[in-house]
Write a protein that binds this ligand. Structure first.
Ligand code: ZN
Length: 223
C-alpha cells in the first residue's frame, strides 16, 4: 500500500455511517458506535488490508482492572489504542473483552472513524468550532446503480429457493453488518428489519425494493 492509497482509504474510513448507527448506553448517556460496525467498515474499505494485534494485556487482580493495548494496522501503517476496564462481578474474561474492545476503538479513533456521527452527541469536542465541519460533513457515498435487466446468479434465496439476480446480491451488500454468506434472500423474502436498513440508498433501489421499503417503514410507524 502506498501513501496515496493510504490517504484514500483513511478518507473512506471516516465517512459518515448510515442513520441509526450511533447507540446510547442505558446506564450512561454516552453515545457510541458498536464495535462490529467499525469492523464492518474496515472490512468493506480494506478487505484483507488491515489487522489488529494485542500488544499488551495486563490483568491486575489486586487492583481489579485489566489494561489492554491494541495495535491496528492499515497496510504497513499502524496506530495503538489503550483502555482499562475494571474487573466486575462478571469476571476477568468479561473485563478483558471490554478492555480489548475499547482499546481497538481507541486506536481507530486516531483515524477519526465515526467522528462525524458522534459529534452531535459530544459536548466537549463536538461543540468545538474547529471541528464544526464534522456536523455538516457530507460523505461522498457511492450510490450504487441497479439495472432493471439484471442477470441471474447461481445463488438461491434461502427461503423460497428462487435464483437471485446480481441486483439482489448487490442490494444485500448495502445492508450494514449483513452476513451475505449465510443470509441470501430474494426481494420478497428479505425480512422487514433488513429492508429498513436500505433506507440510505432508497433512491437508487429498483421499484420492487422501493415498494418493500415503503411498506416496511410504514409498518414500523404503526407499531
Ligand atoms: Zn425468496
Amino acid at each position: 500500500m502506498d501513501i496515496d492509497r493510504y490517504h484514500e482509504v483513511t478518507n473512506r474510513l471516516k465517512e459518515k455511517f448510515p442513520p441509526g448507527t450511533v447507540r446510547k448506553r442505558d446506564d450512561q448517556s454516552r453515545a457510541y458506535i458498536p464495535n462490529q460496525v467499525y469492523t464492518d467498515r474496515l472490512e468493506r474499505v480494506l478487505q484483507g488490508e488491515w489487522s489488529k494485534e494485542i500488544k499488551e494485556l495486563e490483568i491486575n487482580v489486586p487492583n481489579q482492572y485489566v489494561k489492554a493495548i491494541v495495535r491496528v494496522y492499515i497496510g504497513p501503517y499502524y496506530r495503538d489504542g489503550s483502555a482499562v476496564a475494571s474487573i466486575t462481578k462478571q469476571g476477568i474474561e468479561n473485563a478483558e473483552a471490554r478492555a480489548k474492545s475499547a482499546a481497538f476503538v481507541d486506536a481507530l479513533d486516531t483515524w477519526e472513524l465515526g467522528w462525524t456521527d458522534l459529534a452531535p452527541y459530544n459536548e466537549d469536542w463536538g461543540k468545538n468550532p474547529a471541528l464544526a465541519y464534522l456536523l455538516d460533513y457530507e460523505p461522498n457515498v457511492e450510490v450504487p446503480s441497479f439495472s432493471s435487466m439484471s442477470t441471474t446468479t447461481d445463488h438461491r434465496c434461502i427461503f423460497c429457493q428462487r435464483f437471485l439476480t446480481e441486483d439482489d446480491i448487490n442490494i444485500l451488500k448495502q445492508i450494514p453488518n449483513f452476513n451475505i454468506q449465510k443470509m441470501k434472500y430474494c426481494a420478497d423474502d428479505l425480512p422487514d428489519a433488513f429492508v429498513r436498513k436500505l433506507e440510505p440508498v432508497a433512491n437508487a433501489l429498483p421499484e420492487n425494493y422501493k415498494k418493500r421499503l415503503l411498506e416496511a417503514l410504514d409498518k414500523k410507524r404503526k407499531v
